[in-house]
Design a protein around this ligand. Structure first.
Ligand code: SF4
Length: 336
């Protein structure tokens, strides 16, 4: 089995919010006691509705945010206990692809400038001439040919799909081991999304990358896991509710929230579509992080909630080789 690359232990991130009419400080907990592990060359798809804490968790694993408590380890080392030099090396190895490629590039700099600057800064290229050849190779690698057509263009002169390929080229340019793809395909036309996922997975095979693939879209998760394998982690209001082998979680989810997400996601092949007859949500409204229900966070929406759920926070239960945060996880193991 490959080495553990990235690990979080009991990770918590709170943000201070201002009260409108004064009063003491108030905090929301965007990430609540989250522990995940990602091995070298492995995928972890992180799924959940908007506001579930997925992006905050992704940024915590990159050292872009400091946790309120808990730890982030990279190759066994706590990233916040690293020396300056170790942290710099970690940041070179841990990259991000953002949702909106247009906002992640400087609009007044050419593509060559944006791709060559990190190569020169990290001394991967010794001079501009070497950087030119490296950028040309990167552009070819992400399917933008001939590279000379793209080198001197500005971001505004490129399509969303082309610019996201450039963002991928930039993410792999420093030869990282770990990439957070944060809703990396959700702003693209549906026709381009699968091509970008295929590209990410091809690059994974070539460079042995590990992906934290963040998405709100279960259809996209299904495609990513089907093609690339790996685990699925489902988040709800800052907490992990289910974590297990991707194909199994999607085929047969145990947590009621995951079951509802899967049920709501269209399946391309009608032969695969199978309704489990899951009752509807009690409420369509996602509670605010400032007003989380006591007990199970999902209890205000869960069709199976009872009085225990409304009082007692469910602990993680190990069902098969899966972690499920539900008092009744074993009962929801439906089998096929
Ligand atoms: Fe639903 Fe209760 Fe399970 Fe929470 S603990 S998911 S409310 S059944």
């Amino acid at each position: 089995m490959s080495e553990v690359l990235v690990e979080t232990k009991n990770l918590v991130k709170e943000f201070k919010i201002r009260r409108r009419f004064g009063g003491g400080d108030r905090f929301i907990r965007a990430v609540d006691n989250v522990s995940i592990t990602l091995r070298e060359g492995e995928n972890l798809a992180l799924v959940g509705e908007s506001g579930s804490g997925k992006s905050t968790l992704g940024r915590l694993t990159l050292g872009l945010l400091r946790p309120t408590s808990g730890n982030v380890f990279y190759m066994g080392k706590d990233i916040w206990k690293m020396t300056k030099e170790e942290f710099r090396e970690f940041r070179r190895n841990a990259q991000i692809i953002h949702q909106d490629p247009y906002s992640s590039f400087n609009p007044v700099k050419t593509i060559f400038y944006s791709l060559s600057t990190p190569l020169l800064h990290h001394k991967i290229a010794r001079n501009k001439r070497e950087a030119y050849h490296m950028v040309a190779d990167l552009l070819r690698r992400v399917g933008l040919e001939p590279p000379s057509d793209f080198m001197n263009r500005y971001p505004s002169r490129m399509s969303g799909g082309q610019l996201q390929r450039i963002a991928i080229a930039r993410a792999i340019s420093l030869r990282p081991k770990y990439i957070v793809a944060d809703e990396a395909v959700s702003m693209l036309d549906a026709s381009l999304r699968l091509g970008i996922i295929d590209l990410l997975l091809d690059l994974q095979k070539e460079y042995g990358l590990s992906y934290l693939f963040i998405t709100h879209d279960l259809g996209i998760t299904r495609y990513f896991i089907h093609k690339g394998g790996g685990k699925v982690a489902v988040m709800y209001l800052g907490s992990l509710v289910e974590l297990g082998k991707g194909e199994e979680v999607i085929r047969n989810p145990y947590h009621p929230y995951t079951r509802i997400l899967v049920e709501a996601s269209p399946i391309p092949d009608p032969k695969m579509a199978k309704s489990r007859g899951i009752p509807k949500l009690r409420s369509l409204d996602i509670p605010s992080l400032t007003n989380i229900p006591p007990g199970c966070k999902f209890s205000s929406r869960c069709p199976y909630a009872d009085t225990i759920c409304e009082k007692k926070v469910p602990e993680y239960r190990k069902v098969d080789d899966r972690l499920v945060a539900c008092h009744y996880a074993e009962q929801f193991k439906t089998g096929e």
